[in-house]
Write a protein that binds this ligand. Structure first.
Ligand SMILES: C[S@@+](CC[C@H](N)C(=O)[O-])C[C@H]1O[C@@H](n2cnc3c(N)ncnc32)[C@H](O)[C@@H]1O
Length: 412
């Protein structure tokens, strides 16, 4: 149902909706009656800056986006400017309502309002519904566009594992936002998603930080596969998501900086490429979920000190699992030597993916602690290998090894 309204009502409605705690997003687009508008599209969304509520206005001119942040009590002037810009369509989203304002060719303004399902109240103590970053059962435009949920918010059976992986990944991110200092940057968080594939995680992280936590974040998804990048770009365009971009290429060839580096199941040494890129970028936080490991599996030999492990390396599956463990142990220790507090955890239960280990690393540990360097060198000597990640980070690792040998010389 729609009704005609006048401009005073529109102004009032905009002010009320945008200053409400339930406000999620507003979009202004399309010229009314063919009149040119200064921008192709303007979006407004809430965010917190230094603990105070603000609105972020993003002005897209067809090529680039400019953003301005205004405290809630200073949004009237930019709103007036938008109202005088003659946009044909204004769409307002809040937690419980979708509002459409459309200016017809005759100049009439039509108002349409639709209530949306509000998720049930927080579960009682005895209720076993889990609290997750992206809850099930809520109509969600993004999860629907990703093909993860139906229009009514039900998770599609084939997408259950991906949905759970994403939620558990987001929980890890939330858990480390403060510890890594990402929450207090005072500027948008720059994120790199390595081996983004169909970009489920990319979109979910963008949505979670920007729309749910109201933390401004820009994210670049990178993948070597042209087809997945093309589809991801189309979907980002359809969703009109600001600060979401994709690039086709190999992770190792990137020239970009990031505060947060993500890699969910980037194949084989692509995980190492992602970790190396993060270290070179001095990323504050790294969340990497390794996938298959082939590099070290081909190098492990039951020789020298490792001869005793022949009964394990003889069997393909045991050899594979050993290679997995050794690879991730080398990765975690190397990150630690390079100044990251690193942990290896199970981020999701095995029923949702066999590859369920996450390497999570927060910058801020001492670099090159001698006892740990010795541990690392001893592990290398035992297996008689050089991990792929060490090769990628040779310029960063060499001074640490040099320091240890000069320290040992001094002690002689
Ligand atoms: C198993 S998929 C994971 C996709 C996504 N992260 C997810 O979990 O849904 C691995 C992706 O990594 C990409 N990939 C593998 N090696 C890569 C490299 N060196 N550089 C960029 N992308 C790579 C593949 O094309 C593939 O899309």
């Amino acid at each position: 149902m729609s009704a005609n309204v006048d401009r005073t009502t529109v102004r009032q409605l905009l002010l009320e909706t945008l200053s409400s705690a339930r406000f999620r997003r507003a979009t202004f687009a399309g010229p009314a009656r063919g009149e040119p508008t200064p921008w192709k599209r303007v979006t407004v969304r809430p965010l917190q800056l230094r603990g105070r509520p603000h609105l972020q206005f993003s002005y897209f001119d067809g090529r680039k986006t400019r953003t301005n942040n205004f405290p809630l009590d200073a949004v009237e002037p930019p709103l007036e400017e938008l109202l005088s810009s003659q946009f044909a369509g204004i769409h307002l989203s809040s937690a419980d309502e979708e509002i459409d304002l459309r200016t017809t060719k005759k100049g009439q303004i039509q108002l349409g309002r639709r209530r949306v399902a509000v998720p049930p109240e927080a579960p009682m103590a005895h209720n076993r519904v889990k609290q997750v970053p992206l809850p099930e059962g809520r109509a969600d435009r993004l999860l629907e566009a990703m093909g993860i949920v139906t229009r009514t918010g039900r998770v599609r059976p084939t997408m259950r594992d991906k949905f759970t992986q994403i939620n558990e990944f987001l929980k890890q991110l939330l858990h480390l936002l403060d510890d890594s200092g990402l929450r207090g940057l005072g500027r948008p968080i720059e994120i790199l998603d390595c081996g983004c594939g169909a970009s489920y995680l990319t979109l979910a992280v963008h949505h979670y930080l920007n729309e749910i936590l109201h933390l401004p974040a820009r994210i670049l998804g990178v993948d070597v596969n042209e087809e997945v990048i093309r589809k991801s770009m189309e979907r980002a365009d359809r969703l009109r998501a600001e600060g979401l971009s994709f690039a086709c290429g190999r992770i190792g060839e990137l020239q970009t900086r990031a505060d947060l580096v993500l890699a969910l199941h980037a194949c084989d040494t692509a995980t190492d490429d992602a970790l190396a890129q993060a270290v070179r970028s001095q990323a504050r936080l790294i969340l990497g979920v390794p996938c298959c490991h082939h590099h070290l599996n081909d190098l492990l030999r039951a020789e020298g000190e490792a001869t005793v492990l022949r009964p394990i390396l003889r069997h393909g599956i045991l050899r594979q699992r050993t290679a997995d463990l050794v690879t991730d142990a080398f990765r975690a220790l190397l990150l630690r030597l390079l100044g990251y507090r690193t942990e290896v955890v199970e981020f999701v239960s095995l029923e949702h993916t066999a590859r369920n280990l996450m390497i999570r690393a927060v910058r801020g540990a001492p670099v090159g602690e001698p006892a740990l360097v010795r541990e690392y060198l001893a592990l290398k000597q035992f297996w008689n290998v050089t991990p792929y990640l060490e090769r990628l980070l040779a310029p960063q690792v060499a001074p640490i090894f040099d320091r240890l040998s000069s320290f040992s010389d001094d002690c002689r």
